[in-house]
Design a protein around this ligand. Structure first.
Ligand code: ZN
Length: 521
């Protein structure tokens, strides 16, 4: 505790106003949260299997402490006092912080403790049931937990409150993507869906006509230690700061920003998956660069040092993974880098054109996380629509598999024969996360829209990427997105950075150009 206290006092404000005291308190809360995050990271990367029970106890204790601190009436009192302090009424930074602290505090205190506990219990039991159901391909085993999850989430939404003219689902979505609503999502997703379904068909026709490029360059077998070296080299060049972060291996890649100077990302490797390792590595490094670009130094613990929404966070990972890392310009630079690491013989026969095409193939897949840039969003729209209907009560949980499978058949031409590759594939609902899925597609939409706007500000961006210089790109997102934390809402941030509200147009233009470059259609 003594080191945490000294870290906190070292850069905490020295004043004694309610606002100053509030920022000290928030900083302490964030330090405690970072302890839990460090333990979670360790759990996924280093912990021996038999440490699981102790780790669960440690994390449960910490999460209870966190909850107590986040709902502490003293925090509420200081917040109320600071909101009425005329001395900071004209300070835009303080006012934005207070607005967001109020939001967090209200969200944390609106839910009765009994409901929070019930949700926690349901997710821990539900996750176990889901794992079992998925392994045995037995939806009926998970159904009672799914029903319970949606019932509890409806109660949660009622407690959080429905925005005027909105629906229950909005209250849930708002916890992941503040300010977003189901109606607005529908407006944005609608045109994207109408565009995507025929585009997939066009690609399938090209494939049937024998016009599909080969996947071989992307699945060449290469040593895993070299894959790690390659991915590290690329992400370092992009701007992930390895003096303030590290990349380790885990089953599911993730990014965990601990706090100032410490951001952990993980990646996974397979002998024939060097392009997969590259895309998940650049993806997580994108999340990591956002974390590293937030003003955590002086504002650690304050909302203005936090990411604004899951959609914006995802836009930062998608941009490096897709707009940068799947472009032809990128491969012009990265292929010679790869040759230097893997050796000319190992990459024999692979050229810029062939590796660019191989890493951009469109292939309908049952599994969301294995899907390409084009079909991925169809998976998300399906989940968004079905969970919205289940919250509304228009779709009974027991009817989920049938509706799911029908839609996959219609959209992707695939016949789901087992629920484990259908509606049992994702962990989200078992964890109680309802209203989350759409943020993945928001990430794709935001990244395409930011990328277009950035292109106007950096006219020679392509040449820079070809020479492995990513500094202007990182500088642009630092300036327009990272430095603001939660100062502006995601929607405002988009408007300020691109001059327009979020729209599906830039993503559609981007995907159309990509498919044309790869398939010539
Ligand atoms: Zn991500």
């Amino acid at each position: 505790m003594s080191s945490a206290t000294s870290a906190q006092t070292a850069s905490a404000p020295s004043g004694s106003s309610a606002y100053d005291k509030l920022t000290v308190l928030l900083r302490e809360n964030e330090i405690l949260k970072s302890v839990a995050n460090t333990l979670s990271w360790d759990q996924e990367t280093m912990m021996p299997e038999q440490g699981a029970a102790l780790r669960a106890d440690q994390l449960t204790l910490l999460s209870g402490m966190n909850h107590d601190r986040n709902t502490d009436p003293r925090l509420g009192d200081l917040l109320g006092e600071a909101e009425n302090d005329s001395a900071i009424a004209d300070d835009p930074i303080a006012q934005a912080n207070l607005r967001e602290v109020r939001r967090d505090y209200d969200l944390a205190t609106k839910l009765p403790k009994s409901l929070v506990e019930e949700l926690t219990r349901c997710s821990s039991m539900g996750m176990r049931a889901w794992k079992d159901a998925r392994a045995k391909n037995d939806f009926a085993k998970f159904l009672p937990w799914l029903e319970k999850t949606f019932e509890l989430n409806r109660r949660k939404a009622e407690c959080l409150g429905v925005p005027e003219g909105g629906e229950l689902y909005d209250a849930l979505m708002d916890t992941f993507e503040p300010g977003m609503t189901a109606k607005r999502t529908e407006e944005i997703f609608g045109p994207l869906r109408e565009f995507t379904v025929p585009l997939v068909q066009k690609v399938m026709d090209a494939k049937a006509a024998g016009k599909a490029p080969s996947v071989d360059p992307a699945v060449r077998e290469l040593p895993i230690d070299k894959q790690i070296e390659f991915t590290t080299r690329i992400t370092e060049a992009m701007g992930f700061d390895y003096d303030a972060g590290r990349m380790d291996a885990s089953t599911h890649p993730f990014c965990q920003g601990m706090g100032p100077g410490d951001c952990r990302i993980t990646n996974r490797y397979r002998a024939n998956g060097w392009c997969d390792a590259l895309s998940s590595g650049t993806h997580e490094a994108g999340h990591g660069m956002y974390e590293q670009g937030l003003p955590k130094g002086e504002r650690f613990g304050q909302p203005l040092a936090e990411s604004v929404s899951l959609g914006i966070h995802e836009s930062q990972s998608r941009m490096w993974e897709n707009q940068v890392g799947r472009s032809q310009a990128f491969w012009k630079w990265a292929l010679p880098v790869a040759r230097g690491i893997f050796g000319d013989t190992a990459l024999e026969g692979i050229g810029v054109e062939s590796i660019f095409k191989a890493s951009n193939l469109v292939e309908p897949n049952f599994i969301r996380v294995e899907s390409d840039e084009v079909t991925y969003n169809l998976h998300i729209m399906l989940r968004f629509e079905l969970e919205r209907a289940m919250i509304k009560g228009n779709l009974a949980c027991k009817d989920l598999p049938g509706v799911w499978n029908e839609r996959i058949k219609n959209d992707l031409g695939l016949t789901v024969t087992e629920d484990r590759i259908g509606c049992l594939q994702d962990i989200h609902w078992s964890m109680g996360a309802v209203g989350y899925f759409a943020t993945y597609t928001f990430g794709n939409l935001y990244s395409a829209q930011f990328w277009e706007a950035m292109g106007k500000d950096i006219p020679n961006r392509e040449q820079q990427v070809e020479s492995g210089d990513f500094s202007s790109i990182l500088g642009w997102v630092r300036e327009h997105i990272h430095q603001h934390g939660r100062r502006f809402s995601a929607g405002e941030l988009c408007q300020r950075a691109t001059g327009k509200p979020l729209s599906s147009e830039p993503l559609m233009r981007y995907l159309e150009a990509k498919v044309h470059a790869v398939y010539g259609v």
